[in-house]
Design a protein around this ligand. Structure first.
Ligand SMILES: [Zn+2]
Length: 460
């Protein structure tokens, strides 16, 4: 079974995230821009990877088929709640996704959390809450919506993906609903490839949605090639032509959706801030959790579109293992001064070392500069900061609460350190606003559930 190198419609171009080069048409087999491949070949991290071209992607899809005006419509219409007539989600994005998929995605919420601003010492703190998305209650729903739209457009009935939980749950639930509304011939099957150590709850939940689950033992850190994945799926599904493997090569679709979300949300936030005199034109920092980089890169692309007055993007990482560790030389930090012991937070969705977007992430580390708005800042969050944030975000002492799973809480845990860095750089804390992106509250393993039964509410 071989996935055809699938070419998106003519309204989609491919763009190298790192060097900006534009390719005529976006294809899922486009991995690494030729120019950047040469450039990376000699870098320490990339030198060890023999089959560089097939492991990493830098080419992301882009289209001008979504009018900027649409993104200034306020926050309620586009992303992607149920609507009627011209406001149906499928119609609003119909040039990018011509299938006109009728299923909505739900409604993210932008809200002010005054007590979090007080807690961090910032001029204002807002949350872009993705937990109200109706399928998995996480950021993955937006991506699943785009994937299913494209699959409908191109009559693909079998979709396989690697998942730590939420991505598979989201797509399986959306497809389950889709299947209930269409004739048999249009029904689709989702195959979730999960790690052999995936929690039984997760496997059971996926199976309850008629999702085919294949637990795979990879050993820690092993990357399965696309070919290996095809063999796994072929063994469950048989040889097929109408099949996509929507993990690698499809990150770009997620990045694209998040870039739209970032633009729309930011326009809306600026409007809200302009109503508060002391925050008009404030410096805005967007903090989001960094797992494989889809959300981060989407928001960076979004801010590139915004241009003047854009927000600075801050990536929150769990202290200990995380994606960016792969790029640090082992002796990056001379560590001879005594330090307080820091505990590892509970954030399993952010602790992987592999992302097909690695070259893009690595590139971001090359020009770190806090005072430059276009440079991304990285903040590591330990367990103490995670729990401290959890106590305030989840209540119960506060009336305004947000449903955030442990990995999502890492972003909130970065607020105080962000405030400290603003102070350190003699910037105006009172005129600074943080927008925290809550990636949601999805399917959780036992340890994540324990976090909620044991850890919280040691505060004040
Ligand atoms: Zn490039």
């Amino acid at each position: 079974m071989a996935e055809p190198s699938f070419a998106f419609g003519p309204q989609w171009q491919g763009r190298c995230f790192v060097c900006g080069a534009i390719e005529q048409q976006y294809r899922t087999d486009k991995r690494l821009c030729q120019h950047c491949k040469e450039r990376y070949r000699h870098e320490r991290f990339f030198r060890d990877v023999s089959d560089l071209g097939s492991c990493f992607a830098t080419i992301l899809p882009q289209t001008d088929a979504v009018a900027e005006g649409l993104l200034r419509h306020g926050f309620s219409d586009m992303f992607l709640k149920a609507g009627e007539g011209d406001k149906r989600p499928g119609r609003l994005l119909k040039r990018a996704f011509p299938a006109g998929m009728p299923l909505p995605c739900g409604q993210p919420v932008l809200l002010e959390l005054k007590h979090m601003a007080q807690f961090a010492g910032l001029g204002g703190t807002w949350v872009l809450d993705l937990s109200p998305y109706i399928w998995s209650g996480t950021l993955k729903d937006l991506r699943s919506w785009a994937v299913l739209s494209l699959a409908i457009e191109h009559r693909i009935n079998h979709l396989a993906l690697w998942t730590a939980g939420n991505a598979g749950y989201s797509l399986a639930k959306l497809v389950h609903r889709w299947n209930a509304t269409v004739p048999t011939a249009q029904r689709k099957t989702v195959y979730s490839l999960v790690d052999a150590f995936a929690s039984p709850e997760m496997v059971v939940t996926l199976r309850s949605l008629q999702c085919r689950v294949a637990p795979i033992s990879t050993g820690s850190g092993t990357i399965l090639s696309r070919d290996q994945l095809y063999h796994v799926v072929a063994s469950i599904a048989g040889e097929r032509k109408d099949y996509w493997q929507v993990t690698d090569g499809w990150d770009g679709v997620g990045v694209f959706m998040y870039s739209l979300l970032a633009r729309q949300c930011f326009h809306f936030l600026r409007t809200e801030l302009s109503k508060i005199r002391k925050l008009e034109g404030a410096d805005v920092y967007i903090i989001l959790p960094l797992g494989t980089g889809n959300l981060l890169l989407g928001f960076i692309r979004g801010m590139e579109h915004v241009g003047e007055g854009r927000a600075k993007v801050v990536a929150a990482l769990p202290y200990g293992d995380h994606m960016m560790k792969s790029f640090e030389p082992p002796d990056a930090e001379p560590n001879d001064r005594p330090r307080m012991r820091r505990d590892l937070p509970e954030a399993p969705k952010l602790t992987g070392f592999y992302s097909p977007l690695s070259p893009c992430l690595w590139h971001l580390l090359q020009d770190r500069d806090f005072s430059h708005v276009g440079a991304v800042e990285f903040i590591e969050v330990d367990r103490a900061a995670q729990i401290e944030a959890a106590a305030r975000v989840l209540g119960p002492a506060e009336t305004m609460t947000v449903a955030a799973e442990p990995s999502a809480l890492i972003a909130f845990g970065a607020l105080k350190q962000l405030a400290q860095r603003i102070r350190d750089h003699d910037l105006n804390l009172e005129h600074s606003v943080a927008l925290v992106v809550n990636s949601g509250f999805g399917i959780m393993g036992m340890k994540e559930q324990e976090f909620f039964t044991k850890s919280i509410f040691a505060f004040r």
